[in-house]
Design a protein around this ligand. Structure first.
Ligand SMILES: NC(=O)c1ccc[n+]([C@@H]2O[C@H](COP(=O)([O-])OP(=O)(O)OC[C@H]3O[C@@H](n4cnc5c(N)ncnc54)[C@H](OP(=O)(O)O)[C@@H]3O)[C@@H](O)[C@H]2O)c1
Length: 264
């Protein structure tokens, strides 16, 4: 771990009830952060909170919030204010996958994704960033994906929302470069969580999954170096280079062929 029990303020982690978000919670608690954990599943949030408090003496609040609802960023802001501590980290991690042909997808589910991956994150950033700039310290991590590097057929809206997050985070990181605040787009590759089960997608990936521990460790180490765009391991590095330097139409076709649902 990078730091140990320094005098930290509040770290907010969305999507903390499992997967990558729960791992951010474990690691940040070990570093001495008070935590505000957000998710929709109360039982799972409580279980993560209990697991952490058995190991570390940190204050943990949990809040059930559906961040795909309009106005939820404001509710998050109020919940953080009620914790009574300055917010020194905001980790916008909550997300889900949608898999299949765009034309057959349920419109409400697409709208949910746009709200969760884009609107709520932009609104939360707008709400929490000013105080960080005023205090000349703070970190915002937006969990994007290697899927944001390229348009990907059959996960078109997912890839597009993650591309938005990548662009938004890198641009903001430059805007606040001299303010003492760090902004990062964390871009994991295929990671071992429930994410793919929830999306109904089984990756045909010759390389095994990354672990949540690798993702979180790399992301937090990169904060120290003020890196605005973070990939995980050599697979992440390779995805980044391939999508930058190989012909775009070829890459999009290859990506689509990999992801394309098998015929019924
Ligand atoms: N796993 C991968 O291969 C991979 C790769 C690249 C990027 N990512 C990104 O990493 C992030 C975390 O995913 P994961 O792999 O850890 O998946 P996961 O295990 O399925 O966890 C997703 C988390 O997001 C929360 N969430 C989903 N919808 C929500 C909503 N409407 N409101 C509030 N919370 C919500 C879930 O909490 P509740 O169920 O309690 O609501 C859960 O805690 C996502 O943004 C994902 O796009 C994942």
């Amino acid at each position: 771990m990078i730091y140990q029990n320094q005098d930290h303020g509040l770290a907010i982690i969305t999507g903390a009830s499992q997967g990558i978000g729960a791992e951010y919670a474990r690691v940040l608690a070990a570093q001495g952060h008070a935590l505000l954990l957000i998710g929709r599943d109360e039982l799972r949030l409580q279980s993560v909170s209990k697991e952490i408090t058995q190991l570390h003496e940190v204050e943990i609040s949990t809040q059930c919030l559906d961040l795909s609802l309009a106005g939820s960023a404001h509710q998050l802001f109020v919940a953080a204010r009620d914790c009574g501590k300055p917010v020194d980290m905001l980790i916008n991690n909550a997300g889900f996958g949608l898999y299949g042909e765009f034309v057959n997808m349920a419109l409400p589910r697409i709208q949910e994704m746009l709200q969760l991956h884009i609107n709520t994150i932009v609104e939360s950033t707008r709400l929490f960033l000013p105080a960080m700039i005023e205090r000349q310290t703070g970190t915002i991590i937006n969990v994007s994906s290697v899927a944001g590097f390229l348009p990907i057929p059959y996960i078109a809206e997912y890839a597009a929302t993650k591309a938005f997050l990548l662009s938004f985070s890198e641009a903001l990181a430059e805007e606040v470069r001299e303010s003492g605040v760090s902004i990062q787009a964390c871009c994991p590759g295929y990671t071992e969580t429930n994410f793919h089960n929830t999306a109904g997608y089984h990756p045909r990936n010759p390389i095994g999954p990354q672990t949540v521990s690798q993702v979180v460790q790399t992301s937090l180490e990169a904060i120290e170096k003020k890196q605005p765009r973070v990939t995980i391991g050599w697979q992440g590095w390779l995805s980044d280079r391939l999508t930058r330097f190989l012909p775009r139409t070829l890459m999009i076709r290859m990506a689509g062929n990999r992801v394309k649902p098998p015929p019924p």
